[in-house]
Design a protein. Sequence first.
Length: 215
Amino acid sequence: MKTPLTRLATRLAALCALVAATAATTLPAQNITLPAPQKTGGMPLMDALAKRSSARAFNTTRELTPQQMSNLLWAAFGINRDDGKASKRTAPTASNKQEHDLYVLLKTGAYLYDAKTNTLLLVAPGDKRELGGTQPFAQTAPFTVLMVADAARQSNREMASADAGFIGQNIYLYCASENLATVVRASVDRPKIAAALSLKPTQWVVLAQSVGYAP
């Protein structure tokens, strides 16, 4: 025979299970709408160039704010002009092919950066940071950008590689201005990334770049 205390404990356990199940179904990983990027201010260019450096150690518990993510992605490859025919970007591309898509790896999932809506579109839920590189530090960095080119837009791989370099340098300069640590890499498991992010056969990862605070 159950005592009042036993019945209470049973009800509390059931309530906890219900709350956990509700949270799991009502709070799934979602798209992230970023705040509008701040397009003014920051460190003078020559000062940022003087501070530009690579770092291979990150504070794994301190996250970038949504505003920092917005500013960084806009600086990397955001839209800075619209002439009525085509939007132009902060980084140049050969013949304005704009062949790169930026994928972002966070603890909550892998996302595709939509420059037009300033949104991170969820591609794969769950912590995908292990895809960020073959080195241990790259797999725990709080924020990693994958520069993914599409041969359907630019078949010349040399030009696509050069264009990725422009994007990477923009990230370097933003990080120098914001006192953030960063490093760009080519050492990634491309087949694993392609499978995890459901990339098209014409897409390939050119570079990866991790960002975070210094430890």
